[in-house]
Design a protein. Structure first.
Length: 358
């Protein structure tokens, strides 16, 4: 499929201009079908690229394609901009050298090794304070104070998936595991069972790490009354920099792997203590599901915080998960509406390319 573009946009390159197979495939996927010879390589049948196409291609391949995840946060190794035109300092594989020159000349940009601003790799004060058990409680107090209460209204549907339940037709199979088994997930801990669910069925599948081999069942559940939830997906209005941002701390916390679970569990325990029925939290798979790039920036500023249409930007990148405390079916907070067997016929992967050395 080709992208739409202005008919007047000037064609600068085409997919056949490139030697690197990854760049060539990406350019062919996003470029325009157009019957004309490429002004660079004269090929009639490559997909044609305008300036916008070339910049997007450069961003996917060199910025997103060199992004490295850290314990908290993530940052690209390479960036580019107009100011560095003619001053590139990257050392790519031999087969990429000419491709890079073509891109730089066509878009008048230069590639350079990016020293990330340190907040991007987790140097965020409230996040550091959360990692230290001594200072954690005072940040959790702030979280309870600053994040709003969300509601799952009575009658609202959500889904809960089980992999190979013993008795698939038995409703109690879909309640939280008994407390003796609690303490393995992101928010449950010894003594606190948690029911995980989502209003997005695809997220349930991702969160279960389900594969086509698995025997899967999905329960459709409904709230029996309005449920009070601490909404950790809400973008906080803040005046502080990224380095002091509680919003960024929470965003990074839920995109981190299992080393972060201790912190999330303490937040859940405090929310329960404060009388909430559960929390709404951003899915670890938000980025995969929405195709978003983690911690995207423009000139070192977080787009999550400074995007001109911030709420829409955050909304588009966030998948909400539900975690309800205790055993909500047993306690009558939620009831089962329906159980289905779920057959996965396809597990999708989509991706793009990046360089192997730089
Ligand atoms: Zn060409």
């Amino acid at each position: 499929m080709s992208d739409q573009t202005e008919p007047t946009s000037q064609i600068l390159l085409c997919s056949n201009c490139f030697t690197d197979e990854g760049l060539r495939i990406d350019a062919a996927k996003h470029g325009l079908e157009q019957q004309s010879d490429c002004p660079n390589c004269q090929s009639p049948d490559g997909q044609k690229l305008t300036l916008d196409h070339i910049k997007s291609l450069a961003w996917r391949f060199f910025v997103s394609g060199t992004t490295i995840r850290c314990e908290y946060g993530a940052a690209p190794v390479i960036q580019f901009n107009e100011h560095r035109y003619g001053q590139s300092d990257i050392a790519p594989s031999a087969w990429l050298e000419n491709d890079i020159r073509l891109i730089e000349e066509a878009a008048k940009i230069g590639f350079f090794h990016y020293g990330p601003r340190l907040w991007m790799v987790g140097e965020v004060e409230p996040l550091k304070a959360l990692q230290d058990p001594k200072t954690r409680p005072q940040i959790i107090e702030r979280i309870l104070r600053e994040y709003p209460e969300g509601t799952l209204s009575e009658g609202s549907k959500f889904y809960r998936l089980r992999v190979s339940p013993e008795r698939p037709a038995e409703p109690s199979e879909y309640d939280s595991p008994p407390v003796a088994f609690a303490g393995r997930g992101r928010l449950d801990s010894p003594g606190l069972s948690v029911m995980y669910g989502s209003q997005d069925l695809d997220v349930c599948i991702h969160e279960c790490r389900a594969s086509t081999e698995d025997e899967l069942y999905v329960a459709t559940l409904k709230g029996q009354r309005d449920l009070r939830l601490l909404d950790l997906t809400h973008p906080l209005e803040e005046t502080e920099t990224e380095f002091e941002s509680l919003d960024m701390a929470i965003h990074m916390l839920f995109l981190a792997r299992s080393h972060s679970y201790d912190i999330a569990r303490d937040i859940a325990l405090a929310a329960k203590e404060a009388g909430f029925d559960g929390v709404i939290y951003p899915s670890f798979f938000s980025l995969i599901r929405t195709g978003a790039h983690p911690f995207e920036t423009a000139y070192g500023l977080s787009l999550r915080r400074f995007h001109p249409e911030r709420n829409q930007y955050v909304e588009a990148d966030t998948i909400r998960n539900l975690a309800l405390f205790g055993r909500p079916m047993e306690s009558g907070l939620v009831s089962i509406e329906c159980i289905n067997r779920l057959i996965l016929t396809q597990v999708g992967y989509r991706g793009h390319f990046g360089p192997v050395e730089y």
